[in-house]
Ligand binder design. Sequence first.
Ligand code: FES
Length: 257
Amino acid sequence: MADKERTETINKKEAETEEAKLIPVYVMGKRYLVPETLTIMKALEYAGYQFIRGCGCRGGICGACATVYRKPGDYHLRVGLACQTVVEPDMYLTQIPFYPANRASYDFEKLTAGPEEIFKLYPEVFRCIACNSCTKVCPMDVQVMDVISAVKQGNIERAATLSFSCIQCGLCVSRCMGELPQYHIMQLARRIYGSRIAPRAEHLNEAVEVAKSEKCQQALQKLMKSDVKQLRELYKSREMEPEMAGEDWTPAKHDYP
Ligand code: FES
């Protein structure tokens, strides 16, 4: 998006916020009036909170902003990502930016592709009672219980594939009756799959060779010697892929390493 267009979008959003109706929300029991158009994250900032932790990408990817809330007259405990969920009147909410979970330490280089590696590191995987609470609480709709079942069956490929959308927010751990650290288990399955089981991508090997090449290293050295102003200018003047580019789009400039 061009700078002018981006500024217009920001101004439009600010105008919408100014015009928006104020609604009450309760953060850790305290009532605040916030514009109804805001996400929970922006509403918290509007209410005066400052995010030092519990906020990363603001785009639903990093998993740092898990939130739990209830709505009036509704017994369900609901979950969401603060950066993606829009506030609702009278919601009672709190942030869970981190949830403690047992994390095994291992020397990854020494791990084999066998499921017994996961069984050894996370024997609690067999404490799963298949209640499916983990799946119900996942804001990314990962079928967490199915992933754990795949691990128990020794099917690392299935576990890795099914858990690909996991963003490590930790909400699954917060509801688990068997006290499993699902998100760490799923991450280990993906690591094993990616490094030991999935077929090698030739183009990745080529890219690594290019990155090691002298031409690329010289370009990096040049960048490292640039000051902030030069880097900003370079960044702003870079060629960007148009939003509606087709699959055959290629950059006009081909002088990159
Ligand atoms: S801040 Fe990254 S997922 Fe919300």
